[in-house]
Design a protein around this ligand. Structure first.
Ligand code: S3P
Length: 183
């Protein structure tokens, strides 16, 4: 199985996509990008500010633009915002096409760890919607994350060991094909 053109990390807020992605890219000698960081740079405003000024739809448009901007790049690890795979218009980014094989990993995180890791976080507007809403979002997205990506446990593990695990899986000769692959 050839190495994919891009490795994409998905998962709920607080699953560690950015820190693991950065470490993974360094291990592989690849580039790293974080869709939230691309959005912030292009919009010249924080995620919280974009939600305030343009609402969630405005943020989702900017996020979709970030995916289109990153798509032509190869040998890149992309950490995506937790909601990116949940937007139907973004599905293409997470699936293998004629142009690019894509490897998607779902960083699994328990809701308890999400709460622990994001406690007091003001940079993620969706977390301000309250416990019940966050739980609903989490439970609603989980099946999608599982369908799209190969699951990697993160609870109680260091980012280094998660990045190492992903590298090992990528290099495994029996690596299974990923979401969206018809073969
Ligand atoms: C969101 C997750 C955030 C960010 C935005 C919305 C979501 O990214 O894109 O606040 O819908 O789950 P992280 O998953 O990197 O926190």
């Amino acid at each position: 199985m050839p190495r994919p053109a891009r490795v994409v990390l998905i998962g709920f807020m607080g699953s560690g996509k950015s820190i693991v992605g950065r470490l993974l890219a360094a291990r592989m000698g690849w580039q790293f990008a974080d869709t939230d960081a691309v959005v912030v740079e292009r919009e010249g405003a924080s995620i919280a500010r974009i939600f305030e000024a343009k609402g969630e739809p405005g943020f989702r448009e900017a996020e979709a633009r970030a995916l289109r901007e990153l798509a032509p790049r190869r040998n890149i690890v992309v950490a995506t915002g937790g909601g990116a795979p949940a937007q139907p218009g973004n599905a293409w980014f997470f699936t293998t096409s004629d142009e690019a094989e894509v490897a998607v990993f779902h960083l699994r995180v328990s809701l308890a760890s999400v709460r622990e890791r994001t406690h007091g976080d003001r940079g993620r507007p969706l977390l301000a919607r309250g416990e019940a809403e966050v739980k609903k979002l989490y439970e609603g997205r989980l099946p999608l994350y599982e369908r799209l990506g190969e699951g990697i446990e993160t609870d109680g593990r260091s980012p280094e060991s998660i990045a190492e695990d992903i590298t090992r899986r990528l290099d495994s000769p029996t690596r299974r094909r990923f979401a969206g692959d018809s073969a």
